[in-house]
Design a protein around this ligand. Structure first.
Ligand code: HEM
Length: 366
């Protein structure tokens, strides 16, 4: 017999089995007792609704509740969970509620709905901005793979945050009535978790995107002319623009100002464990909502211009390359700097083969 592996069969002693059975019996009886107590309490509470309040706060009179609600501070009615001056009932909470429901929510609906309506009207009246000249078929390198990946990651996060944020603000009026409480409860808790966790990731990546694009977005004199001439979106004329035009720079600086305020206020809301009080949280919520709703409205304009609105723009952000004609018509000053690097499809294919076989032409145009 192998002494190392041989084991005597494990036997549960009779008394052990009895003990386990005893514990189970005890647990079942305790559970039944607890449940019956719970049901009795529920029945009593339904029969006598004030009883619970009298038990929870036996010596508080109606006058005292009125005093607490008035917002006056006094040693007797402070919330002992905080060492600040908060009252047991925070009256400014009602002001926050009014601001949020009466002003911020309607503002969001007007801004986003208004933007969609204006864009739809613009599209049906003026239509798509097509290229004036035919494409040359020669391509200019515009966005690196890294910048495209960064842009699409930030864009996806932004859209997810916008949709979950809108659900937090307006979802109950639509989905709760449509799908009922159970589905709605799942939807709102999923929205909250996504919003809370994706927010900080978006914040960090937005900062990286803004730093990478800073050099091309410094305002120049010709950007003012671009704005004065409406960006050339209407009519035939072209207006001067470098790598980024006036509109793109405006979007950039909006993200660099309002975007960062939204991120900062989001951090205040996401991490209440740093000692910020209720008033700070309330203000952070109002600032966050106004900024985020405004940005969402403007982002719809950006998405329209990048896709349906302007022929050829989306190609740069998907393939990395734009047609020479597009560059000449939309970013003429940039075109003048890089026009020598334009390549035909064949030259691009040859360059790709060269880079795949480790040839000398592996360098990408800058
Ligand atoms: C589906 C949604 C989106 C589409 C289709 C889209 C499309 C585009 C396109 C085509 C460009 C390049 C324009 C050019 O080459 O000049 C661009 C640039 C850019 N996009 Fe988007 N975009 C989207 C969402 C977003 C979002 C949500 C953000 C930010 C939160 C964003 C931020 C930017 C920035 C900062 C630039 C660079 C502009 C500059 O140079 O200043 N995009 N986008």
């Amino acid at each position: 017999m192998n002494l190392l592996t041989a084991q005597a069969p494990i036997r549960v002693p009779r008394s052990g089995k009895g003990l386990a059975l005893g514990i189970w019996r005890f647990l079942v009886v305790a559970l039944v007792l607890m449940l019956s107590l719970g049901f009795t309490q529920l029945a009593v509470a339904q029969a006598e609704p004030d009883r619970e309040m009298r038990t929870a706060a036996p010596s508080i009179s109606a006058d005292q509740w009125r005093q607490v609600r008035s917002g006056e501070t006094d040693a007797n009615f402070r919330d002992s969970r905080f060492d600040s001056n908060y009252n047991l009932i925070n009256s400014s909470g009602e002001t926050w509620r009014q601001l949020r429901n009466r002003w911020v929510s309607p503002f969001g609906l007007i801004a986003i709905g208004g933007m969609i309506a204006v864009i739809a009207l613009f599209y049906f009246i003026v239509g798509r901005k097509r290229l004036d000249e035919p494409r040359t078929g020669r391509k200019l390198f515009r966005w690196s793979l890294l910048m495209r990946s960064l842009h699409w990651t930030v864009a996806t996060l932004f859209i997810t945050l916008a949709l979950t944020g809108l659900n937090l603000l307006f979802g109950k009026f639509v989905f709760r009535t449509l799908f009922g409480d159970a589905v709605w409860a799942w939807m709102i808790s999923a929205s909250k978790v996504l919003h809370n966790y994706l927010g900080p990731i978006f914040g960090v990546l937005l900062v990286v995107l803004l730093i990478s694009l800073l050099k091309d977005n410094i305002p120049k004199k010709h950007d003012w002319v671009w704005f004065k001439k409406g960006g050339g979106l209407v009519g035939k004329g072209h207006v001067d623009a470098g790598f980024a035009n006036g509109g793109e720079k405006a979007w950039y600086w909006l993200l660099a100002s309002v975007g960062l305020i939204v991120v900062a206020s989001g951090f205040v809301l996401d991490f209440p464990n740093y000692g910020q009080g209720r008033d700070t949280m309330q203000w952070a919520n109002i600032i966050h909502a106004i900024g985020a709703l405004g940005l969402t409205a403007v982002s719809i304009g950006h998405i329209y211009i990048g896709t349906l609105g302007t022929e050829g723009s989306i190609e740069g952000m998907t393939t990395g390359y734009v047609d020479e004609t597009w560059a000449k018509e939309h970013h003429n000053l940039w075109y003048e700097e890089v026009k020598d690097q334009a390549m035909s499809e064949e030259e691009m294919a040859a360059q790709k083969t060269g880079s795949n076989s480790g040839g000398a032409s592996a360098t990408k145009p800058s």
